[in-house]
Design a protein around this ligand. Structure first.
Ligand SMILES: C[S@@+](CC[C@H](N)C(=O)[O-])C[C@H]1O[C@@H](n2cnc3c(N)ncnc32)[C@H](O)[C@@H]1O
Length: 245
């Protein structure tokens, strides 16, 4: 069970340094944006769930100046930074992706955020938020994400497989596009990897589990990258679904 108070608190605490450390999330947002442009959708209303500091939200507002673009995030600290982006067609709000109300959105996006939410509850909300034939575009993380940490005995969240995602969406959505890729990332040490995750707000487990020395030792021995550091895998999932009419 995800502790939403803790998630909001951790992301608020890491908001100031987030943009500096979230290169992978930005790359995911850029790729998702490219995928979106392939579909040449007519957009009047767009919602970005878990918008963070507004990187993707801003790109959407600039590319679609006649559409109303809304970004919501559970962390007030993230929204405070996003609100510094001043564009006429852009609004930000604190909100929980699992409990959103509203209707007739043409597009709902979520970049690198769904892993912090109950997929069942959020997908159910997205189906209500979208108009018939509206699109849901997202990226999230698959089960090969941080397998090295998990295998070394660290506490790692469970990540869904693409077929589980499809299964959850299939009652209300048609699959337009669904793909995964595994991206290796390099870190100078296991400690740097753990601090990277903490700086991104990505820790929900107790600190003493994160800092078990034998887990550090195992990781370092088993997953050395041959250049003095360690490697870590991230399985990135890209999805485009259309709400059935
Ligand atoms: C890794 S960040 C990604 C932020 C942004 N989408 C990006 O691409 O940079 C995940 C975001 O999801 C937000 N989040 C987590 N749980 C949420 C929830 N239940 N509702 C809304 N936002 C949530 C966090 O506060 C955080 O800003």
């Amino acid at each position: 069970m995800l502790d939403k108070n803790l998630i909001g608190k951790n992301f608020s605490a890491s908001a100031a340094g987030y943009d500096q450390h979230a290169q992978m999330q930005k790359t995911m947002a850029d790729r998702l944006f490219e995928i979106l442009l392939n579909y040449e959708l007519q957009l009047n209303t767009v919602l970005d769930i878990g918008c963070g500091t507004g990187y993707l939200t801003r790109k959407l507002a600039e590319r679609f100046p006649h559409a109303r673009i809304e970004g919501i995030d559970i962390a007030p600290g993230m929204i405070a930074i996003a609100e510094k982006i001043k564009l006429d067609n852009l609004v930000f709000m604190v909100g929980d992706g699992e409990n959103l109300t509203g209707q007739d959105y043409d597009l709902v996006v979520a970049n690198a955020a769904l892993q912090w939410m109950s997929l069942e509850r959020t997908f159910d909300r997205v189906a209500c938020l979208l108009r018939p034939d509206g699109h849901f575009l997202f990226t999230t993380f698959g089960p090969r994400t941080l397998i090295e940490l998990k295998e070394s005995g660290f506490n790692v969240n469970e990540f869904p497989r693409t077929n589980e995602i499809e299964q959850l969406l299939k009652a209300e959505f048609d699959t337009v596009f669904l793909a995964t890729e595994v991206e290796p990332q390099h870190f100078p040490s296991v400690k740097d990897l753990v601090y990277y995750l903490i700086r991104l707000g990505a820790q929900t487990s107790s600190q003493e589990k994160l800092f078990r020395p034998e887990a550090f030792r195992h990781y370092k021995e088993r997953y050395s990258d041959g250049r003095g550091g360690v490697s870590a895998s991230f399985e990135l999932i890209y999805g485009v679904f259309r709400r059935r009419g």
